[in-house]
Ligand binder design. Sequence first.
Ligand code: MEV
Length: 327
Amino acid sequence: MLGLGEGTSSLRCYAKAPAKVILFGEHWVVHGGRAIASAIGIYSRVIAESLHEGIVVESRNLGVVEDISKRCRIFCNLKKAFEYIAGGDRVLWPASIVIDSEVPVGAGLGSSAAVAVSASAAYACVGGLSVSPDFISRAAYESEKVVHGTPSGVDNTVAAFGGFILYRRGDGFKPIHAGRLDDVVILVIDTGVSRSTASAVEFFAGRLRRLGSIGKEMLELAENIIDEALKAISSGDAVRLGELMDVAHGLLNAMGVSHVSLEKAVHVARANGALGAKLTGAGMGGSAIALVESSRADNVASSLRELGFRVYNGALGAAGLSVASDV
Ligand code: MEV
């Protein structure tokens, strides 16, 4: 059993975990289809240090500090993850945890999971424990349950493992081998339009039911898009991937989960040279993504910013959790 202060003398650990986007298959995944998610190079970074007492969590972004060693109010999600890391009846060890995340909150980028993965890894590292992506992803899932109820687990999986992930409800997560896609980036375009995931999911389900055989054919088409996207990712064919994103967006639009702000975003991105663009996540607001050659990213981003969108830029298929330490 680890007691307070034991085995943790003046160790400092640094952990970094990426955000995620759903590239293909949102909504269809609720109805038995597959989805593809990718890590993007927008990160949560955490520095953990051993302390003599307390577990002091500070979020630089939220401007809040809380000692969660006894009671918790703000960071109870992280406390759950730390308890998972400590395991069974092990006592939590004292540490300071400083979170500095560039992942926007509420934009569908898995911000809470990126923070949970990086904070869990930094905390485990300071306690001298395993920081394997699998272990840390499981710990972060405990945090995600506090934040989101019964999440699919895709956000913590992508934040921990990075790269591209294929998933179907009930089937778990499979890594996708990717070819070279390092001369393109993903722009995340936050429309600022708030929406409810639950009502978008309900609207989509209602239309799918009413469409009957047409809906079934659209689901088949969405599955064909996934097959083609898997090939494009494996061969590093960014042009093909962009075209498939446009088609996937068209299907989601036809299902009624786009929004005038999303249409504006995808059209402006394409008109300024994006290889493809689509809504990501639940739609009806929220964010769109555009696949853009790195050399054009600044131009496309500034034309979107001129329209009032917030735009974030990150590498596609970015690496997952990384941890370093010094004594
Ligand atoms: C929301 O981010 C993604 C949806 O497919 C819902 C879900 O998978 O739970 C719309």
